[in-house]
Design a protein around this ligand. Sequence first.
Ligand SMILES: C=C(O[C@@H]1C=C(C(=O)O)C=C[C@H]1O)C(=O)O
Length: 352
Amino acid sequence: MPSFAYYRLPGKRSYVRLFREGAVGTLPSVEEADGRAGFLIAPFTPNETTPIVLLEPEEVREGVVPEGATFSLPAAQRSENRETYGQAFRAMQQVLRTGQCDKVVLARTATMPIPPLSNEALERFFFAACAAHPHAFVSLFQTPQTGCWLVATPERLLTHENGAWQTMALAGTMACADGACVPINAWSEKNRREQRLVAQYVRDQLSQLTIEPEESETYVRKVGAICHLETDFRFLLPEGLGVGAVLSRLHPTPAVCGVPTESARRAILACEPEPRRYYAGFCGPLNLLHETRLYVNLRCLEVMPSLLRFHAGGGLLPESNEEDEWLETQRKMAAPLEHLTAPSSATLSGEE
Ligand SMILES: C=C(O[C@@H]1C=C(C(=O)O)C=C[C@H]1O)C(=O)O
């Protein structure tokens, strides 16, 4: 099976398509990414069935996303199990209430039937997702190890831009009333705490690497029909430190895993009914076309031969409410297909 990856960086009109006929290599750990070049795809937790994959392209094509690209899927219901989510939620509540974790991110899946999609249809799907999410990192990749995924994510894990490295703490979620951005003073203490835990984790991890980042104010970021809280970090890499060391410190942040990391990871593996696979991992170009831009695999779906499998989650604290969290995962799941079938009215200068 040939492998390919399309990607479009946030705010850009141009995209890149990578292609490889031959076998695709895997990496034993993200530290091994140092000095390598290709499209990197890392799972939430590497294992034999979901390895870290590096697509080293035999062919690279650059192009421009067609203006007003659209893509239609036949109308179908998402199939999801509220009861299974409830059980997992209650198990996570125990983990939080017994003090094993301060925060844990609970995710779930849903499926939707689709007709088989040709490679040409997949390309149109990717173009339409780019048009619908102008401020997201959009990618569609397929390799024998990962299967096929579409991602339209707002969350940077590690990028090199304008002469510095950047990461972010993105967490806390509110629905936008009437499509408007939720003002910063309207955010609950619970949402703020969820996001502060991520920001503190980023500071701590960078500090262990002797990195003292420049930090932005925490602000509200509108991402489609929902808003998040975001703090941005900028830094230079100390002499002799590789990208792999930073990646292995940052991933998985408490935006997708929890605090403390290892207890949260164990709770996720024990309580979530479906494996996350590449959801909540990360992907993007590594030293490709002079760029390293790695993003967290969120607002994503697996494209399977006759169905789409959606993945979404949300951060839980001891006081979280089950129904609110369920609705949050529904909103996040709707995100990748949002605006997909009509020309996007969003502009590159405005919010998404
Ligand atoms: C886990 C997801 O999103 C992450 C979790 C958030 C939250 O808990 O509020 C917000 C943004 C993301 O960092 C997801 O989209 O599935």
